[in-house]
Ligand binder design. Structure first.
Ligand code: FAD
Length: 457
């Protein structure tokens, strides 16, 4: 479809980009470089009126709809072949209310942008650990991050959402307005409408005591067992990830480990620093580590620390599961398989949940599996398409090994349409989400997502 033909029909305050436009190839890219799709047009919305117009246009022309915020969809749901991408990435408004400790952010905001604005007022909330991830997709799926044990999931901090429904209505969802929709938007993904802005609760936080403790790979088994026991009594201010990775080949990582497989323990303490220094001492002494890079950091600096591990455009596949607990057998499988990472860019993360995540009632939001103690996530990244089969097989093999320990899965970490939504939500929540889908999107206009199809309740 030529750009001229498109713009005469769809008029937006933002740009309408078609295959003949010079910026089409750039505009159609998403984070996962394995996904290479060619939409008929990309509607770069600048406001709610543009979203309404794009949705109208899609309906009139019977176009497949992809909705895009930050473009980090792991399976590539935010683009499509031959349809329309309703691209909200240019909707960047953020307004912090420091006295009410709330923030309203439009759906194209990324976590780096969000953290920058809230940090100016010494405030923060649980958000994604890579600055280029969008607030939209992450919040709608749940949202795990460094502050989750203290402040809950990202969606637990949501106060209201403005939504354009598939039939073209503009509604607000909150505890008081459209409460069932608000329930479903907190974990049910982009199934029920196009969110145009989000209002969050934010919390005082200037800095964290955080960073990696770098161990040789051989310490991983012992390290995970020590960590599990140490975390058993950890306060909510502590969220900790363990990571199997390749040591970055630069300072401040120790020169003798550059390019070597390593095991990292990464604590993030969001309480008073002196208390954190005391509490983290045994963890920092364990081993001892080859390098202790834990220190006080402004929160947004720590939030951007992992950016180098997740650049745009690489090929990607991954598998993940919640774990009820981190028992010895699960640790043995992780150590055995993760020791052979399939490339220098790949990682396996293991994170403790609990705390505020587990204290929210399972019925309060659509997010499932709140009782899980941990999750693990293999993040496989590579560049050569010829390696696709081997890289994917590696992730699947680790997942098969971990399968007996699974306690469900997080919707935002599904790498493909795996038919596992029962494991994401459980039967009761899934039925409730299906009823909500029937109410708000009976024709399944929004189906490029981890789809809750109407007509099954
Ligand atoms: C590098 C990387 C790091 C990540 N880190 C974290 C992390 O720390 N914590 C975590 O919880 N998850 C994390 N994730 C997973 C992440 O939450 C999901 O991939 C999420 O969908 C990304 O949101 P997005 O807006 O960037 O993506 P997009 O690709 O833009 O959107 C993903 C999907 O969300 C829906 N959607 C997006 N915007 C809207 C909207 N405005 N209205 C309705 N539906 C919408 C659509 O279904 C869309 O297909 C990470 C993913 C990547 C690739």
């Amino acid at each position: 479809m030529s750009a001229t033909a498109v713009t005469t029909e769809l008029s937006l305050r933002g740009e309408v980009i078609g295959p003949d436009d010079a910026d089409y190839d750039e505009a159609r890219k998403i984070w996962n470089g394995s996904v290479d799709k060619r939409p008929a047009l990309i509607a770069r919305c600048r406001g709610v009126a543009d979203v309404l117009a794009a949705l109208d246009y899609a309906r009139d022309n019977d176009l497949l709809i992809a909705v895009r915020g930050g473009g980090h969809s792991i399976p590539g749901h935010s683009t499509c072949d031959g349809g329309i991408v309703i691209d909200l990435s240019q909707m960047k408004g953020i307004r912090v209310d420091p006295s009410a400790r709330t923030v309203r952010a439009e759906a194209g905001v990324t976590w780096g942008e969000f953290d920058r604005e809230t940090h100016a007022f010494g405030l923060a909330t649980t958000g994604g650990q890579i600055t280029t991830t969008g607030i939209a997709g992450l919040t709608l799926g749940g949202g795990v991050g460094w502050l989750m044990r203290k402040h809950g999931l990202t969606c637990d901090n949501l106060l209201s959402v403005d939504v354009v429904t598939p039939d073209g209505r503009y509604v607000t969802a909150s505890e008081n307005e459209n409460p069932e929709l608000f329930w479903g938007l907190r974990g049910g993904g982009g199934n029920f409408g196009i969110a145009t802005s989000f209002e969050y609760r934010v919390h005082p936080l200037e800095q964290v005591l955080a960073g990696p403790l770098v161990h040789r790979l051989e310490r991983a088994g012992e390290g995970l067992r020590f960590l599990r026991d140490f975390l058993d009594s950890a306060p909510d201010e502590l969220t900790t990830f363990a990571v199997f990775a390749t040591c970055p080949p630069h300072e401040p990582f120790p020169a003798h480990l550059h390019g070597q497989p390593v095991f990292l323990i990464v604590p993030c303490w969001s309480g008073p620093q002196d208390e954190g220094e005391r509490l983290l001492r045994p963890l920092r002494e364990f081993g001892p580590p080859e390098a202790d890079l834990v220190g006080p950091l402004p929160y947004p600096i720590f939030q951007s620390m992992l950016d180098g591990t997740a650049p745009w455009g690489l090929r990607h596949y991954g598998k993940s599961d919640f774990l009820g607990e981190l028992d010895d057998e699960a640790i043995d499988v992780l150590v055995d398989r993760a020791a052979g990472l399939p490339g220098p860019l790949s990682q396996v993360l293991i994170a403790q949940l609990g705390g505020a995540v587990a204290r929210v009632s399972p019925d309060a939001t659509a997010f499932g599996n709140r009782g899980a103690g941990f999750f693990y996530h293999s993040i496989v990244l590579w560049t050569d398409p010829e390696e696709d089969a081997d890289q994917i097989a590696w992730a699947r093999s680790l997942w098969q090994g971990m399968r007996p320990h699974s306690a469900g899965v997080y919707v935002n970490f599904l790498a493909e349409d795996e038919g596992r939504l029962d494991e994401v939500y459980g039967t009761r929540t899934f039925e409730r989400l299906t009823a909500l889908k029937e109410e708000f999107d009976p024709t399944n206009a929004l189906r490029l997502n981890h789809n809750i199809a109407p007509g099954r309740s």
